[in-house]
Design a protein around this ligand. Sequence first.
Ligand SMILES: Nc1ncnc2c1ncn2[C@@H]1O[C@H](COP(=O)(O)OP(=O)(O)OP(=O)(O)O)[C@@H](O)[C@H]1O
Ligand SMILES: [Mg+2]
Length: 268
Amino acid sequence: MRTYAVTSGKGGVGKTNISANLAIALADRGQRVVVFDADIGLANLDVVLGSRTQYTLQQALTGEKRLSEVIQVGPGGIRLIAGGSGIESLINLSGPKAEAFLTQLNELERSTDILIFDTGAGIDENVMTFLGAADEILLVATPDPASLTDGYATAKAILARKPDASIRVVMNMVDGEQQGRMIYAKLTSISQQFLGVPLKYAGFVRSDQQALAHIRQRQPFYIANPHLPASLDIKGIAGVLLGEGLPQRHQSFTERMKGVIGGLLKAS
Ligand SMILES: Nc1ncnc2c1ncn2[C@@H]1O[C@H](COP(=O)(O)OP(=O)(O)OP(=O)(O)O)[C@@H](O)[C@H]1O
Ligand SMILES: [Mg+2]
């Protein structure tokens, strides 16, 4: 299973819409995809997907429900997990509950090819948990003048906590390929110069009024119309993520989660 965490410094740059539509585009390519709403403040991945979630991770952590029961089937065959208050509980989980949860997580890992975390804006402890557990971080930026500074500050904060992080930039709301490449080039050159680390590129998503109309109607635009400019761009990003073949980690995702579930380490 490969894991991606979608993040940004600034809010409202398109993280949730990119998470949702990218998940669907990857499922379209035959991947078994789970999207996880890791935004504790403004959890709205279910709204963007047009499918209300009944339970959150919290019920799976308390043992009230099994993890498989809090997973909802969403559009395009993707599966969706709402983090909710379970995000904070996860970090403090300990003892038998943590072990039971990790066992279920292992089951999820075996039935999933790609797991995408949609995080909240800014790098706080909760967000860092998911960035730390992800194989790759998709850093969303826009052509907004503040976006370069913001993207750089976010990359810096991530690398300070996880020096080996693989960060890949997604340029959203651009007017075309050239603008996306140009801003990405500036961002990676600043990162290279001041942090000594280049950033990778995932691609761009054009600012798309038709896609926006679908967003407003709470329909994933990739499902509503896969031929829209924004849908084609998302398809391109899915191709980049699939075509490249990330290096396989020796440690499984569940193993790495053990590192962030503090209580389990203390208990064992
Ligand atoms: N490619 C696009 N074309 C047009 N509008 C877009 C595009 N991407 C995002 N938007 C607009 O930006 C808004 C915010 O998108 P989204 O909710 O995905 O951002 P976010 O980064 O998840 O926000 P938050 O930080 O609050 O979680 C959308 O409701 C839509 O109006
Ligand atoms: Mg969001």
